[in-house]
Write a protein that binds this ligand. Structure first.
Ligand code: ARG
Length: 462
């Protein structure tokens, strides 16, 4: 048998190399290497605590693991693991420990790759959840910083629904709307991180626990878990907490993609609302004039990719029996792929975001386009006693007239409506800035409300 394989005694024939290669997860789980070392150190503590290995052996194992950890950190381990043709990173580390130390053969006592994979994946997912939480917080803070600048400048934006002109808002209001999901994302990452620390699978063995008196409490404590898992079968079979982390990444990249897609459109000359800096833009190999907001397009694409990976991970669990099945290797690959791509996309998004410059004059000039104050006029008629339906019809007719003449709404368009209310003239702002200031409700685009929202979000993030 190849020396890196952790099994083989019961087989008379050599394994088929093509099938071994098909079954290898090494390329997918190399990212887990440092977490396996931590997990293996905790297993040494469990062995030592249960007096299964002597102190001297435990020290030798720790020393070897220390060496492997250094090789991983320096980048040399990858080549060693690939050359050894290991089935997975766990086998590769075990083989390296056996190579480095005569007592290496004792490391795997009472341990299965089933509890090892489950524990290692949780340690990995927990660290990535913390990184996801940090980058989501950075994104939220960046959006809020920009919101404060644009609030001070009172930059306006023609808000749309269905991409059709709707109502004027402050650009800062849009920026707060973009920040809110990332504040929710930080909570989602924090919850997922907690879930990854609840229950330590290590010491569950393959499925039934162990006859060796492993000190599971010591191992769990060392790895930062609240407690050892309660049921070995569930512990080796579940991927729930890692999926929670992947889910948090799916959701956060999805949130980023919605902001990104709006910015992609705003960066087009037709809109001209935003300009992405040179450092974040890319050109064309053919068209010399091009400046493309590629990072935002790639974030959009990554969000779709994550949905696929996450759906695939869930699908790989459908109908699986409760304990370990090799299909879980596929689940792991998809979970890792979603998390790695998600983290990369969020980092890219956060970098590109701070390189966006809003074109204030153009935004201000367009904020009232498309009869965007029509709703305010109807509101004013309602406050003067007209029914909502009557007010809607009168203003709709005024809009149709103005549109036919190819002009904006004017005070003279409102004469008939004012008369119906029994007044000479309707006192309602017809400009976008006035419309924004006239908003009164909590959570509206009124500058005071936007300032309150920013303060509230900053307090929540602090
Ligand atoms: N490479 C496998 C995985 O990632 C390791 C677990 C193998 N366990 C087993 N019983 N064959 O899931």
């Amino acid at each position: 048998m190849p020396p890196t394989l952790q099994w083989g005694g019961r087989f008379a024939e050599q394994p088929d190399p093509a099938l071994l290669a098909f079954g290898s997860s090494l390329e997918d789980d190399l990212v887990l290497a440092p977490f396996d070392v931590a997990c293996s150190r905790a297993h040494v503590a469990a062995l030592e605590g249960g007096k299964i290995v002597a102190e001297r052996v435990a020290s030798a194992l720790r020393e070897a693991l220390q060496r492997v950890g250094e090789e991983i950190a320096s980048g040399t381990f990858v080549d060693v693991a690939r050359a050894a043709g290991a089935e997975d990173v766990h086998g590769a580390i075990d083989a390296r420990v056996r190579e480095l130390c005569a007592d290496g053969e004792s490391l795997h006592a009472g341990r299965s790759r089933n509890d090892q994979v489950a524990t290692t994946l949780l340690l990995y997912a927990r660290e990535r959840a913390a990184q996801g939480e940090a980058v989501a917080r950075d994104i939220a803070f960046a959006l809020l910083a920009s919101a404060k600048d644009e609030l001070a400048a009172e930059t306006l934006l023609g808000a749309t629904t269905h991409w059709q002109p709707a109502q004027p808002v402050l650009l800062s209001f849009w920026l707060v709307a973009a920040a809110e999901p990332f504040v929710r994302a930080t909570r989602r990452f924090a919850d997922a991180k907690k879930e990854c620390s609840r229950s330590c699978p290590l010491g569950s063995g393959a499925v039934a626990g162990s006859t060796l008196p492993l000190d599971r409490e010591a191992a769990a404590r060392m790895l930062g878990f609240s407690a050892p898992s309660r049921n070995a079968m569930d512990a080796v079979g579940t991927r729930d907490a890692a999926l929670d982390v992947a889910h948090a990444f799916v959701r956060a990249t999805n949130d980023a993609s919605r902001v990104a897609s709006e910015l992609v459109i705003w960066c087009t000359p037709a809109f001209g609302y935003a300009r992405l800096g040179d450092a974040s833009s890319t050109g064309s190999s053919l068209m010399p004039q091009k400046r493309n907001p590629d990072p935002f397009e790639l974030v959009r694409g990554a969000a779709a990719e994550l949905v696929g990976a996450y759906a695939g991970a869930l699908a790989s669990l459908c109908g699986l029996g409760l304990s370990y099945h090799r299909d879980l290797q596929q689940t792991k690959r998809l979970v890792i792929s979603a998390i790695e791509r998600g983290l990369a996309a969020l980092h890219a998004f956060s970098r590109a975001l701070v390189d966006v410059r809003f074109q204030r004059e153009r935004m201000n000039a367009r904020a009232g386009d498309g009869y965007a104050v029509a709703t305010d006029i109807a509101d004013a008629l309602i406050l003067r006693g007209l029914s909502a339906r009557r007010a809607h019809a009168l203003v709709g007719a005024a809009v149709a007239n103005a549109e036919r003449d190819g002009r904006e709404l004017a005070a003279s368009d409102l004469g008939a409506a004012a008369a119906e209310c029994g007044i000479d003239a309707l006192d309602v702002p017809l400009d976008a800035a006035g419309s924004v200031r006239a908003k009164r409700t909590v959570g509206s685009t009124n500058p005071g409300q936007v300032a309150r929202a920013i303060a509230g979000l900053e307090a929540e993030l602090a």
